[in-house]
Design a binder for this molecule. Structure first.
Ligand SMILES: [Mg+2]
Length: 369
């Protein structure tokens, strides 16, 4: 039996990497979920590490369950965000021990993956969004794009008046046929307004309508899914497996979108993947930034039978997400012909930049005996 002997974090406000070392000296690298990652690092050392230190590394599911039970008074996002750091480090460790990429541990093989270019911007005009999409289509070969409509938790009030009605046809028509078109409302609409917008989406050839209604109102989302022919999708915020079971059982969405890091790692995400597969639903995970979440999602999509059509790949750069710069050596997100490559090295197959790690806040928890 190999045991967890040391858990180190390297964090700033946005990102927290985890280095796990076993009692035999083997090492795995993971990451907690992004944003408020400094707070997550504190939770990691306070509420995750004490239960993980000394534990056997071979059964991720059992360890994650045990930590959730020990910390059952603290359910929710932060606990999952912190556990994701442990889970992803354990998968990396296992890959390194077996000399295999995680995609192979899951039964797949490293290969090229179609990506959709995912915009994170609402403060962008329809014309500017269309122009940068066309540039990405022509220069990088993307054939799938997602843009934003409505306003985040907007209660039917648009980012500015008329933006949704303008940006849907302008971007859709600029991209032309043979391009998959996706939109995201980020919990912006009532069912009535969502269905009305959905008719416009249907008319303009959009095939994926993400998070039309407040995500916690599953019945409202189901109303929209029932009314529209196009795929209604969602689940990125959800971490609770009971909610997932209900969402899938009631067919609130046509496509499930768990976020590996919000879920608490790969082991818990695989449970959602299996539930969805049993219900005949595809899984197109949420991976909205260029940290380890998108790498982990590549490995997952390369292996699961109900993988959706594409990987979410953020197109935002240093102007919007400066914190994403310089996390990894090389460019694991390089795009060719609209595709990325699942890393083939052991574990996650990426190397975290030593320069970035040097600048991060350091904390350690370790076995004392
Ligand atoms: Mg979304």
């Amino acid at each position: 039996m190999m045991r967890i002997a040391r858990l180190e974090t390297f964090s700033n406000e946005f990102v927290c990497f985890v280095r796990l070392t076993t009692d035999t000296g083997a090492v795995g690298w993971g990451q907690t979920s992004t944003y408020n990652a400094d707070i997550t690092a504190t939770i990691f050392h306070r509420q995750v590490a004490p239960w993980a230190l000394g534990a056997d590394v071979s059964d991720v599911d059992a360890l994650v369950d045990r930590i959730e039970e020990r910390e059952h008074k603290f359910p929710g996002s932060y606990r999952c965000r912190a556990i994701a750091g442990l889970d992803t480090a354990l998968w990396d460790l296992r890959g390194k021990l077996e000399g295999k990429p995680v995609v192979e541990l899951l039964g797949g093989t490293p290969r090229r993956l179609r990506a959709y270019a995912s915009s994170m911007k609402r403060d962008i005009t329809p014309a500017e969004e269309a122009a940068r999409f066309v540039r990405l289509r022509d220069e990088q070969g993307f054939d799938a794009f997602k843009w934003r409509i409505g306003a985040e938790c907007g209660r039917d009030v648009d980012e500015w008046p008329g933006r949704t009605e303008a940006i849907v046809p302008i971007v859709a028509r600029a991209l032309g046929p043979n391009v998959a078109k996706l939109v995201d409302a980020n919990s912006g609409f009532s069912p009535k307004r969502a269905i009305e917008v959905g008719r416009l989406l249907e008319a303009e050839g959009i095939g994926h309508f993400e998070e039309p209604c407040p995500y916690w109102k599953l019945e409202e989302t189901r109303q929209v899914a029932d009314a529209l022919a196009i795929d209604v999708t969602g689940g990125e915020q959800d971490w609770d497996l009971g909610t997932w079971a209900r969402m899938i059982e009631m067919r609130a969405v046509d496509v499930v979108q768990p976020d590996i890091m919000y879920m608490g790692g790969l082991a818990r995400t695989l449970r959602v993947v299996r539930m969805a597969a049993a219900a005949g639903l595809p899984c197109t995970p949420h991976s909205a930034n260029l940290s380890l979440v998108t790498i982990c999602t590549m490995h997952l999509l390369g292996a699961i039978p109900n993988a959706g059509r594409y990987l979410e790949l953020s197109i935002e750069g240093p102007d919007y997400y400066p914190w994403q710069q310089g996390l990894f050596l090389g460019d694991p997100f390089a795009v060719r012909d609209g595709q990325v490559e699942i890393p083939s090295g052991p574990g996650w197959g990426v190397e975290i930049s030593p320069v970035w790690l040097d600048r991060a806040a350091y904390q350690v928890s370790e076995l004392t005996s």
